[in-house]
Design a protein around this ligand. Structure first.
Ligand code: GLN
Length: 301
């Protein structure tokens, strides 16, 4: 059987389980199984597969047919152009979350030069922490997660990019373990309402860690606590970027107005026009100040 034929067979089996992008998924698993890239795949379409190659591939396809996400099967995912290790200990980073990285990089690029302090709360695989540290050489990033198992995965990703000296991973609850105030807090916390968990697609419901998804009764349990805590952890001129559930925009703005009354807050939509992110800024620094962002109230390092 040639590569072309087995791909077609895999595509139709995957599509038969109502999994979208069946062709893409079939190719992804085959590239992983054979250890080849996309160009090699396309130039090799007429190559016959050996028996062992065929059965190794079909074993992966069967896992996908049972709705295991391809990222867990291959152990890899791309996030903001960076290759990350993932497994069932962590949520698979989503493309939507790249928007937070984009916004964070914009914020960091407007700071006056000097070391920027960043915290990624609920870092999971370390996706945002690694992307920010890699793309912003002036940044020092704390990656905090309550799950020690998630941090083991994050540690692999930090080491993969040699960022051990600029990304510090800490186990603990939200901002609790943060050792100093920072310029920027980013967080993609769990925000799925508890009673909506059972309605999620099996890829998410069965395979991804519930701890990374379950946002309590209203979905805002963790985001609400983070907003309550953040005041004393952000430096003057600092920013908090939160990924939110699509129906949470107003509620999160309400929480911010309540607890951080004079801070600026706005909801930002994603490219599909869905509320995706809340941007919260501390009181702006007075015009003419040389501080830019943090500065004056920066604690000793
Ligand atoms: N966007 C995730 C989903 O696919 C939810 C992630 C989260 O709770 N932060 O359901």
């Amino acid at each position: 059987m040639k590569i072309r034929d087995i791909l077609r067979a895999a595509q139709s089996s995957i599509a038969g389980r109502y999994i979208p992008d069946a062709r893409f998924e079939a190719e992804l698993l085959l590239m992983h199984s054979l250890g080849i890239n996309r160009v090699e795949l396309y130039t090799d379409l007429e190559r016959p597969l050996s028996g062992p190659e065929r059965s190794a591939y079909w074993h992966l396809v069967e896992r996908r047919l049972c709705h295991e996400p391809a990222a867990y099967i291959t152990g890899e995912v791309q996030f903001y152009g960076i290759d990350l290790r993932v497994d069932r200990r962590v949520l698979i980073p989503r493309p939507e979350t790249e928007m937070l990285v984009e916004m964070a990089l914009g914020f960091l690029s407007h700071r006056t030069p000097g070391k920027a302090l960043v915290a990624d709360i609920g870092t999971g695989s370390g996706a945002m922490a690694v992307a920010l540290a890699r793309l912003c050489p002036d940044a020092f990033v704390y990656g905090i997660d309550i799950s020690p198992m998630a941090l083991e995965v994050a540690r692999l990703n930090v080491a993969r990019y040699g960022l051990q000296d600029r990304v510090m991973l800490v186990q603990g609850d939200l901002l609790g373990p943060l050792p100093q105030a920072v310029d920027l807090v980013v967080a993609n916390l769990p925000y799925v309402k508890q009673d909506e968990l059972s309605g999620l697609m099996p890829e998410v419901r069965v395979f991804e860690p519930e701890m990374a998804l379950n946002g309590g009764v209203d979905g805002l349990a963790l985001i609400g606590r983070l907003i309550s805590q953040v005041g004393k952890h952000l430096l003057l001129g600092g920013m908090l970027l939160l990924e939110i559930g699509h129906e949470h925009g107003e509620a999160v703005v309400g929480l911010v107005r309540n607890r951080l009354s004079d801070w600026n807050v706005k909801v930002v939509r994603d490219m599909a026009g869905i509320n995706r992110m809340v941007v919260i800024e501390t009181v702006p620094v007075a015009a003419g100040s040389k501080v830019g962002t943090a500065g004056m109230n920066r604690p000793l390092e």
